[in-house]
Design a protein around this ligand. Structure first.
Ligand SMILES: C[S@@+](CC[C@H](N)C(=O)[O-])C[C@H]1O[C@@H](n2cnc3c(N)ncnc32)[C@H](O)[C@@H]1O
Length: 236
């Protein structure tokens, strides 16, 4: 028998999930209105394009929107944001909805043309301040903003790879906030083989096994320094 796709999440459950999300990560009425328009569009597109895992739909507000909004409290003064691999808009479009209150701007980088089209439509219907770059994160550095206050990425690549993407955009005051899952310790161990970083880890407000990795500096390790250290240890 042919498989049939199920209709999207029932509205009553989304209502209670929205209330829980806004208790966790409160926003202004204006931002809430932008988020409502974004959610309506996402549910419409989700029927034909897989923007988020269908199993997470009943918890869209807590699982995805609060997860994105919680970054604001870690970078309250950030106005220019750069979000790598925005996909269906997390955290980038959600942050753009919030930036509408304070005159900020979010740059969304996405290499999948269909998702980039969705992101453009999301910015249009919400009137949230942002730009979509249909690009590979690693290839299109020139089209990105010259000054970035905060770099974000969620579920895009392992930490060592994300650090390589972010490093060229870090200046003295840029912050990086990467949303990670339960493997964060293993990813940090792997990443510190190639990068000098001093991460601060924040447990996700949305519970589960999520973590936010906060970084103020990302520097590639000097492999020759490691070799010199190894030789020094050999001599001791
Ligand atoms: C698993 S999805 C996550 C999307 C979103 N950040 C979220 O948390 O829901 C990863 C997204 O990153 C995009 N992506 C992965 N590598 C990329 C790259 N090198 N350049 C641009 N986009 C990339 C993919 O096309 C995909 O849309």
């Amino acid at each position: 028998m042919a498989q049939r796709s199920q209709p999207s999440a029932p509205a009553p459950q989304l209502d209670s999930d929205k209330a829980a999300a806004l208790r966790l990560t409160p926003v202004s009425h204006e931002t809430e209105a932008r988020l409502d328009r974004y959610v309506a569009l996402l549910l419409q597109w989700q029927a034909k394009t897989n923007l988020i895992s269908p199993t997470t739909l009943p918890h869209l507000w807590t699982r995805h929107i609060s997860d994105s909004l919680q970054l604001l409290r870690l970078a309250p003064d950030a106005r220019i944001w750069l979000d790598f691999g925005s996909g269906g808009g997390f955290p980038g479009v959600v942050l753009a909805c919030a930036m509408g209150d304070v005159g900020g701007h979010v740059h969304l980088v996405e290499r999948n043309a269909k998702k980039a089209a969705f992101l453009r439509e999301a910015l249009r219907v919400t009137q949230a301040p942002g730009s979509v770059h249909l690009a590979d994160i690693g290839d299109s550095v020139d089209s990105f903003p010259k000054r970035v206050d905060c770099i974000t990425a969620r579920a895009v690549a392992s930490l060592d790879i994300i650090l390589g993407f972010a490093a060229p955009h870090m200046n003295g005051s840029t912050k990086a906030l990467f949303l990670k899952g339960q493997d964060v310790d293993a990813e940090l161990t792997e990443a510190t083989k190639c990068w000098n970083i001093s991460p601060r880890l924040h447990a996700s407000l949305t519970g589960g096994q999520g973590w936010i990795v906060e970084l103020d500096k990302i520097e590639r390790r000097d492999p020759s320094a490691d070799t010199m250290m190894a030789h020094a240890n050999d001599r001791n």
